[in-house]
Design a protein around this ligand. Structure first.
Ligand code: SF4
Length: 676
């Protein structure tokens, strides 16, 4: 064990002594030093910190759940900083959202606050994905008009900024759309290994800055997973983005599984492959190459048709399943062979045109075809699951082929005994266990820690589960539930967040709900603008399918969370793969997957209600399945323990009227995207 004696905030004799001293120091920080600076003592937070500290030191993964308001960021940062200093290597703190990265490592962020309050001089730096930084060569090329293509609004302003910015980091020019940003950003086609700017450009500087962190490297889930899983595929001379590290804390840990599957999987966009195949053609190429291009083009088109035929219809969820049909497997085989032959011919062509722009272009296309080949190879493999997905800002749907079991990924990505801590407000299932989260992540021997919220939810929340709730079966569900939603909104005076399971449900409800009060609908404006409007217009209600988590609207403006229909998972291919794994293990898929998945989502939604000690509000669940049976038990587990359950709207009105007389500190924090 390498020991950085002078940098730890305490001295110790040996390993057992380290654990004791660390606990004592954490206790002193939370019981004395932070309260002296105005922070409240929260036993939940201190327990959480002790458990994370013990897990980091033991090298075992931990799933750690702490509700909103616990202060879990400080609680994992203190042990993480000590762990980094003990081992002389930083701890990676990975998040799902850039906002949380700023909250952690920004100039006024949590690491800076701990530095100031505990005399720690924490060195925390954000490590950026290369795609979020400009490539100097591409900036110059775009400036000279080499990027070509259509004129995009804002191009001149972007190029002016990109030419003069000291850092070239995307967050400095937030107005740039994805299309615009692509003109100047680094991408996989950049040939850094042969670039004359190598070692001096802004991307190099950004990378060196992140790699130099002594205590904490803050980055996205995607970055840490792609960087660690891709180390063995790095081109010669290219360093990983992250430095050697001593552990990883995943904040927003409930969102890691999908990021890990993507990082370990392969993707293929039909349009991009077609573009690469067609791009190979150049004036005066050999006849043999032209024939290969034509064959590959036909094979891409045949594959696209087979893929469309094997795809599940859009169910309103984020992903569409792809059935393992024989015709698709055959089309994939034909395309692989065609791309193989084309790539052989491209290699000959590269040799004939060495050191030319054409050879460089061929090499870029070959890289894209390699990625497509990986996806084609995995298609039909029973150990993999395939889905189609159109991500925000993307030009086309992408085929993902990813491993079902994430267990081997952690062994591949992380050196042995690298501690992994997954922190979130929602990880435990309806029985309080972490079985579902652990299975989703492929963790076999994870520890678990769970603490409640420091709020007095029994006094702050009333749960409305109507006696005559709405039966969930039938195609007319939304027209039957809409008047019941309206009743609740009338009782709460608006001020409600109405959460529906998916985009399809949002459309259905919109067709039959028109008030009372002003309704704001997700999709009518950018999320930030909608949230600002919702927060400032106190009587309005916001209806959404994507705000179950990640939004923070404190105060009276969000006095009710209305859930018309339980968010059981739909025909999502990822969930379906989990169901199949549960069935193969002899479990009931509904009990092992659907109900825990729904419970986590419900807990996330309910967690939007109480963000401050002064908040009060109502959770209304209008789906008849919320009472009785296994679903009813799961709903009970997701609702605040001890909060009054009522069956009619009279007590809801009285509860909110009584709350209106209590002081409401709505201005304590602004609304926005948040964590937990
Ligand atoms: S080294 Fe890479 S990122 Fe830097 S200027 Fe060259 S090609 Fe662009």
């Amino acid at each position: 064990m390498s020991i950085a004696w002078t940098r730890l905030p305490f001295r110790f004799e040996d390993e057992a002594d380290y654990t004791r001293r660390l606990q004592a120091w954490i206790g002193e920080a939370f019981y004395e030093r932070l309260p002296a600076a105005g922070y409240q003592v929260r036993e939940e937070q201190i327990y959480f910190a002790y458990r994370v500290a013990a897990a980091l030191h033991s090298g075992r993964p931990i799933l750690a759940e702490a509700g909103s308001g616990t202060g879990k960021t400080f609680a994992y940062l203190l042990p993480a900083i000590c762990h980094a200093r003990l081992h002389g290597r930083p701890v990676v703190v990975a998040t799902a959202t850039p906002a949380l990265q700023q909250q952690l490592a920004g100039p006024d962020g949590d690491a800076a606050a701990l530095s100031r309050l505990l005399d720690l001089e924490v060195d925390a730096r954000v490590a950026l994905a290369p795609e979020d930084v400009v490539c100097d060569l591409r900036v110059e090329g775009a400036g000279r008009g080499l990027a070509g293509g259509r004129r995009i609004a804002g191009r001149t302003a972007l190029l002016r900024w990109a030419a003069s910015s000291a850092t070239g980091v995307r967050s400095e020019h937030p107005g740039a759309s994805d299309d615009l940003w692509r003109l100047v950003a680094w991408n996989g086609d950049c040939r850094c290994d042969t670039c004359p700017r190598r070692g001096y450009c802004r991307l190099t500087r950004a990378r060196e800055h992140g790699r130099g962190a002594a205590d904490l490297v803050v980055c996205s889930h995607d970055l840490v997973l792609q960087d660690t899983l891709g180390r063995d595929r790095l081109p010669p001379g290219r360093l990983p983005v992250l430095p050697p590290f001593s552990g990883v804390v995943f904040d927003e840990g409930h969102r890691v599984a999908i990021a890990a599957q993507r990082a370990a999987g392969s993707s293929l966009a039909v349009g991009a492959v077609l573009e690469a195949v067609r791009g190979v053609a150049a004036q005066g190429v050999r006849l043999r190459l032209i024939r290969c291009i034509e064959t590959a083009e036909e094979a891409v088109q045949a594959f696209a048709a087979a893929l469309a035929a094997a795809s599940e219809p859009d169910s309103g969820g984020p992903r569409r399943g792809v059935r393992p049909e024989a015709a698709l497997a055959a089309a994939a085989r034909v395309l692989r062979t065609a791309l193989d032959r084309l790539q052989d011919e491209m290699a000959v062509e590269e040799g004939l045109h060495e050191e030319t722009a054409y050879a460089q272009r061929l090499s870029t296309y070959a890289t894209r075809m390699d990625a497509a080949q990986a996806a084609l190879t995995g298609l039909g493999d029973p150990a993999r699951v395939a889905w189609l997905e159109k991500q925000e800002g993307a030009a086309e749907e992408v085929l993902w082929v990813v491993p079902r079991d994430l267990g081997p990924i952690w062994r591949r990505a992380m050196p042995p005994r690298t501690p992994l801590a997954f922190s979130s407000a929602t990880l435990a299932g309806p029985d309080g266990s972490f079985a579902y989260a652990a299975a989703s992540l492929g963790l076999r021997d994870a520890l678990g820690a769970r603490v409640g919220v420091p709020f007095r939810l029994a006094r702050q929340v009333v749960c409305y589960l109507p006696r005559d709730a709405v039966a969930a079966d039938g195609a007319d569900f939304w027209s039957r539930v809409a008047p019941r939603v309206a009743e609740v909104l009338a009782a709460t005076g608006g001020r409600a967040l109405v959460l529906v399971p998916d985009a399809g449900a949002l459309r259905e409800l919109r067709a039959c709900l028109d008030g009372p009060g002003r309704l704001l609908w997700e999709g009518d404006a950018a999320p930030e603008a909608l949230l600002r409007e919702f927060a400032s217009d106190v009587g309005s209600s916001l209806v959404a399918s994507n705000f179950w988590e990640g939004i923070d609207v404190p105060g009276a403006t969000l006095s009710a969370v209305v859930i018309p229909r339980l968010p059981l998972p739909g025909p999502d291919p990822v969930v379906e793969a989990r169901r199949q794994a549960a069935a193969a293990a002899g479990q009931d898929p509904a009990a092992a997957v659907d109900i825990p998945d729904m419970t986590l989502r419900l807990k996330q939604g309910v967690g939007r209600l109480i963000r401050l000690e002064s908040d009060r509000g109502v959770v209304a669940v209008l789906d008849a399945r919320a009472s009785g049976g296994a679903l009813g038990a799961a709903v009970e587990a997701a609702l605040p323990a001890g909060a009054r359950r009522v069956r009619t709207l009279g007590p809801v009105r009285r509860f909110l009227e009584a709350g209106a007389e209590a002081p409401v500190r709505a201005a304590e924090r602004g609304a926005g995207r948040g964590s937990g």
